[in-house]
Design a binder for this molecule. Structure first.
Ligand SMILES: Nc1ncnc2c1ncn2[C@@H]1O[C@H](COP(=O)(O)OP(=O)(O)O)[C@@H](O)[C@H]1O
Ligand SMILES: [Mg+2]
Length: 406
């Protein structure tokens, strides 16, 4: 039997393009090549789809090695060309096109046309893949758009579907679903950009009536802390909203956990599965800055990951239970990392734990939190990739059982 062909999608138009290159290089390096045939497919920052022979270099992990060696925990710098050999593929690869229509398959294969101008000659230029691993973060990768394209093309893929991806991307909708499922969330207010522009005083009142400073101001749809600020008082509220409004028409404002004097503890938990998801041990991130902003995530060294998190057994259980419930609340599939904010305080005293957000395609280098939490729970990185591919295939097969008309 032929090996299943796995398309690894990487890059993309989001602000997390570089992070995706790092994640994909790691996946390409670790995926079991005795079991799968691998087809790397890049998306440039401009949105062109490319593939290339010399993407083979990525597969061998030649230049990628240094960024993925687990013993040498180098802090991954976004945009670091040495750590992101995928950039070369994006610069020189041939164009590829995914037609948004189901392929006429033999043996369940779906074609990609590698020459944009030759859709008519598709057959002789086709690359067949059985399943796609969209190693894409953020906008157009994690928000349901690429998932929609893959649904139209009827290709199996790793991770959440259209709804789960879109819901997990939108912090406002996500919170509604969490609240509906009875999960503890931080007090918040959602305002529209237009509402702020028309009546800033009214918005300020709305915020101050419901929340205490400091507040966190966030664009509803983004990631990597881009556009997020902590407003310590009224004078900082306006500029924070203006900043968030550059990135989205919907702005989420929420009360800062930890209050004026302390910082929230940041607990993260990995979830894996489809209809019967399991949670890993939880870990803790200790940011090197006042909060876990873009710089602390990708640019400056010093943020720390503690695995397992130093919390009580009961708290660990709670976090794991909430992580699975959050996964189900947004109808997630395959994988997700669920992030929590916890009140600081002395152990054993009750400290509140809030579900902050779900990431449906979390950072996925071998040393990223999602795989590290699974490694600490007994699932190795290559095994994790294998399980995710299988889950994607299973989900696709399950969907195939649905009738679309009677
Ligand atoms: N309500 C809050 N209280 C305390 N810290 C917060 C709060 N909301 C966000 N933060 C800080 O901001 C960071 C980024 O916020 P988050 O909602 O996780 O956005 P992103 O999707 O960009 O990661 C968090 O990791 C945390 O450090
Ligand atoms: Mg976050």
């Amino acid at each position: 039997m032929a090996k299943p062909r796995v398309g690894i999608l990487f890059g993309g138009r989001s602000g997390e393009h570089e992070v995706s290159l790092l994640s994909a290089a790691s996946v390409l390096n670790a995926i079991d090549k005795t079991k799968y045939e691998v087809v790397p497919i890049g998306i440039t920052k401009e949105g062109h789809w490319v593939t290339a022979e010399h993407a083979e270099r990525l597969l061998k992990g030649e230049a990628a090695d240094r960024s993925v060696r687990p013993t040498e925990e180098k802090h991954l710098r976004a945009g670091d060309p040495e750590a992101t050999p995928g950039a070369a593929v994006l610069a020189t690869g041939e164009a590829a096109v995914v037609p948004p229509e189901p392929a006429h398959r033999d043996a369940g294969l779906a074609p990609f046309q590698t020459d944009a101008s030759a859709l008519r000659r598709a057959a002789d230029r086709a690359i067949n893949v059985d399943v796609i691993f969209p190693v894409l973060h953020g906008t157009f990768g994690e928000d349901g758009t690429i998932q929609g394209l893959l649904e139209l093309a009827d290709i199996a893929y790793v991770g959440a579907g259209v709804l789960g991806s879109a819901a997990g991307m939108d912090k406002d909708i996500m919170k509604s679903l969490f609240r509906d499922a009875g999960l503890p969330i931080v007090k918040h207010v959602t305002v529209l950009r237009g509402q702020w522009e028309r009546a800033p005083k009214k918005v300020q009142k709305l915020v101050e009536n419901k929340l205490k400073y400091p507040v966190f101001v966030k664009p509803a749809n983004l990631g990597s802390s881009v556009g997020i600020s902590k407003a310590h008082d009224r004078t900082e509220l306006g500029p924070s909203i203006e900043e968030a409004a550059k990135f989205d028409r919907k702005i989420v404002i929420e009360e800062g956990v930890g209050g004026k004097k302390h910082r929230a503890r940041e607990i993260e938990c990995s979830v894996l599965g489809n209809d019967d998801p399991k949670a890993s041990v939880a870990g803790e991130i200790i940011p090197c800055k006042e909060f876990y902003d873009y710089d602390a995530k990708y640019l400056v060294e010093g943020s720390e990951a503690v695995i397992p998190a130093k919390i009580t057994k009961a708290e660990m259980k709670t976090v794991q239970k909430l992580a699975i419930a959050a996964f189900q609340a947004v109808d997630c599939k395959g994988l997700a990392r669920v992030d929590f904010l916890m009140e600081p305080g002395v152990q054993k005293k009750s400290r509140k734990i809030f579900v902050n957000e779900i990431n449906t395609m979390p950072g996925f280098t071998a040393i990223s939190m999602y795989p590290k939490l699974w490694a600490a729970s007994g699932v190795s990185y290559p095994e994790l990739i294998d399980r995710l591919i299988q889950l994607g295939i299973e989900r696709h097969a399950d969907k195939k059982r649905n009738q679309y008309s009677r």
